[in-house]
Design a protein around this ligand. Structure first.
Ligand code: NAD
Ligand code: IPM
Ligand code: MN
Length: 351
């Protein structure tokens, strides 16, 4: 098979981790008889600073005919975050109806959790995050800016279609795994959106009698992600709650630099997009020490989504093998002193 994959390295460490890993994806694909062409887009904050826009007006048209998208990160210290994110990342997720955001959190062998007493294999769950609406709906506005009676409104919109889509994806995954699903709510405080969410959970659950559903309030869930992460398997949450929980998931399993994600267009009408959970990490940019493994695993998810299981498996196996090897190079976030390219080179030999 042959694929065309759009790459958007973006800002900060985004280009560091994407540029370093593309040759690795090329090797993994070629080894398994898969042909890939990467089509790069230099969109991001530098473009914004020079031309006033993060991507061209017809940016999504450029991406629409690609088989998939790999993105690095977006965010620049000199441009407000709401400008950069609303100019590039969020329009792709929403415009391509990437309703399902899948974010695995895995404590690999050889990786130390900041939590006492946990070893490789002890934590392994996936958060299914609603990805196009909810608290990120962009409904609201500001009035009387700068006056004493200033008002800012940011509404959350939950549609039946969007809520059902994320829940069905999560129930399907739970059915294939251990039959256990944790639904995250805040229905004690948010009596419209989250009570609706709970009702749709109950409706969809009727189609999955084999899946046991646990409902947790997001504050308690945040605590339990730290207190008893080993008990989670499939977790489903709204856009904002899923965002917050997946940073916790990343750090309890060792590092932001290890957490991959997929933004999936379930209908297959548009390309899906794969990206590390982390951002542009301005605190380490330019040092060459960004951990590339979150990007490698995002690439593994990308190939799995394309149906190229063997390529995906090879990438997962290379990462697992590298992390399990105490003598292999690792970046500072994992306690090592290796560079991004050292780690990629060590993966290359394992492919
Ligand atoms: P961040 O994820 O960029 O960084 C948080 C911490 O994790 C930092 O200490 C950073 O050094 C570390 N870290 C992140 N990725 C790492 C890696 N690969 N290797 C080693 N360490 C890593 O979050 P932030 O600092 O809150 O955000 C920085 C910018 O990125 C902001 O502009 C934010 O809006 C943006 N952001 C973008 C995305 C995205 O593009 N998907 C995601 C999150 C944040
Ligand atoms: C993520 C990021 C984005 C999000 C930001 C940068 C808009 O934090 O992908 O987790 O909230 O979705
Ligand atoms: Mn986030």
């Amino acid at each position: 098979m042959s694929y065309r994959i759009a790459t958007i390295p973006g800002d900060g460490i985004g280009p560091e981790v994407v540029d370093a890993t593309l040759p690795l994806f090329q090797t993994a694909a070629n080894t398994h008889g898969v042909d890939v062409e990467f089509v790069g887009y230099d969109w991001g904050s530098q473009r914004y600073l020079e031309e006033g826009a993060m991507m061209p007006d017809d940016g999504l048209d450029h991406l629409a005919d690609k088989d998939s998208i790999l993105l690095g990160a977006v965010g620049h210290p000199e441009v407000p975050d709401h400008v950069t994110l609303h100019g590039l990342l969020l329009p792709i997720r929403k415009g391509f109806n990437q309703q399902v955001c899948k974010r695995p959190a895995i404590l690999f062998d050889g990786v130390e959790s900041p939590l006492r007493g946990y070893e490789g294999g002890d934590i392994e769950f996936t958060v299914f995050r609603e990805n196009t609406e909810g608290e990120y709906s962009d409904i609201g506005g500001r009035e009387h800016v700068g006056f004493d009676h200033e008002v800012a409104v940011q509404s959350a919109m939950f549609t039946r279609a969007g809520t059902e889509a994320i829940l069905r994806a999560a129930f399907e995954a739970a059915r294939e795994r251990e039959g256990h699903l944790t639904s995250i709510t805040k229905s004690n405080a948010q009596a419209f959106s989250m009570v609706f969410w709970d009702e749709v959970v109950a409706e969809v659950a009727a189609d999955y009698p084999d899946v046991e559903v646990e409902s947790l309030l997001v504050d308690a869930a945040s605590m339990d992600f730290i207190r008893r992460p080993e008990e989670f398997d499939v977790v489903v949450a709204s856009n904002l709650f899923g965002d917050i929980l997946t940073d916790i998931g990343a750090i309890v399993t060792g590092s932001m630099g290890l957490a991959p994600s997929g933004n999936i267009n379930v209908d297959g009408d548009y390309p899906s997009m794969f990206e590390p959970v982390h951002g542009s990490a301005p605190d380490i940019v330019g040092q060459g020490v960004a951990n590339p493994l979150a990007t490698v695993l995002s690439g593994a998810m990308l190939f799995e989504d394309l149906g190229e299981e063997a390529v995906s498996e090879a990438l997962w196996a290379a990462v697992r093998d590298l992390l399990a090897d105490g003598d292999a190079p690792r970046t500072p976030d994992l306690g090592g002193d290796a560079s991004t390219v050292d780690v990629v080179a060590a993966l290359e030999t394992r492919l």
